[in-house]
Design a protein around this ligand. Structure first.
Ligand code: ADP
Ligand code: MG
Length: 331
């Protein structure tokens, strides 16, 4: 099977199949797209390399899903609506069963979000997947890392920590080990993450800053604090702990939630006065949102071992063992 047959079979959609936003769609030298009037384009790229970002044994449909999901997650963090993407695929060989699975998982998620595959590149080499995604956002309204203010509340969506639990189960480091049912559940969260696109859209005009959690909650929070020139106090007792994580030793729960990564949850800030609106946004988007901290003028990261008092985290200060935690871990 030649390169052009491969592209035609697995990555060109027949007319009427899949979303269509492009003025000139896939198949020419360039695709041509334009955002709607009054909208701006938000653009992001992420590459996944075999052995570094995924195991060679991973199911190809899950891999196709995840390759696009991590990119859609960046759009979500900016409050952008998915429009289109390109795919740079480097393949060691033409494996039709693999390609069918991969394109199936990829295009199913693309269709779910109305995101059109408008072009790409296909070459021979070690397995790697590069995706560039484009979304639209009303002019000037993209959510940024730089907008957090003292007095804002810090929120995180969903259940951070489960992807890391799965990774450690694969590595065989867990004592006690996970049982089979728990392993399959958290493994899905690692191999097939759900980008929080609807939440990102619901947070437009509401969140003061946002980022998606790819490298670990506290590490990614550090980017927001730095860009916004603020500090934060976190309430350990307010962290969301998923039912699967809750079965683990307490220190392991905290390590996974605060430093796990690969979850693609949204971490965002909003004025305390808009607390109820944030809860409503989570409800409308179908994902729980949890208030975990309070932004402060004094720079730095402070962790307390209590829950939430009347207006702020309570309890004693805790030494931060997480921000340098596994800094050079396998992504
Ligand atoms: P060119 O040589 O003009 O850059 P190619 O021969 O690489 O174009 O690709 C032919 C067409 O197929 C182009 O429209 C390109 O965008 C598209 N294409 C190539 N690889 C992929 C892929 N992996 N996924 C989707 N579209 C692709
Ligand atoms: Mg060309």
């Amino acid at each position: 099977m030649g390169e052009f047959d491969l592209i035609a079979r697995y990555f060109h959609r027949p007319d009427g199949q899949g979303p269509r936003h492009a003025i000139v769609p896939n198949g020419d030298d360039c695709a041509v797209i334009a955002p709607a009037p009054g909208m701006q384009l938000a653009v992001s790229t992420d590459t996944m390399v075999e052995g570094r970002h995924f195991l060679s044994t991973v199911d190809p449909a899950r891999l196709g899903h995840k390759a696009l999901a991590v990119n859609l997650s960046d759009l979500a963090a900016c409050g952008a609506k998915p429009l289109a993407f390109t795919l740079a695929l480097t393949l060691p060989r033409v494996d039709q069963a693999w390609l069918a699975g991969f394109s199936g998982g990829l295009l199913a998620l693309a269709d779910e979000h109305g995101c059109e595959l408008i072009g790409g590149d296909t070459t021979a080499g070690p397995l790697a997947i590069g995706i560039t995604v484009m979304g639209e956002v009303p002019a000037g309204q993209a959510l940024l890392r730089s907008g957090a203010r003292p007095g804002d509340e810090l929120w995180v969506s969903g259940w951070p920590g489960e992807a890391r639990l799965a990774l450690e189960a694969f590595r065989g480091t867990l004592v006690p080990p996970l049982d089979g049912e728990a392993f399959e559940a958290v493994r899905l969260r690692m191999e097939r993450p759900t980008p929080r696109v609807a939440l990102g859209l619901a947070l437009r005009g509401l969140a003061s800053s946002a980022i998606d959690v790819s490298d670990g909650l506290l590490g990614d929070l550090g980017h927001v604090l730095k860009r916004s020139r603020v500090g934060v106090e976190i309430a350990l007792g307010a962290l969301p702990v998923s039912p699967w994580l809750a079965t683990r030793p307490l220190a392991e729960q905290q390590d996974n939630v605060l430093a796990g990564g690969d979850d693609y949850e949204l971490l965002f800030t909003a004025p305390a006065a808009r607390h109820a609106e944030v809860l409503a946004a989570g409800q409308a988007a179908g994902v729980p949102v949890h208030r975990i901290g309070l932004l402060q003028a004094e720079v730095g990261l402070r962790v307390r071992d209590g829950g939430w008092g009347a207006e702020e985290p309570t309890g004693q200060p805790v030494a931060n063992r997480w921000t340098s935690f596994d800094h050079f871990k396998m992504a």
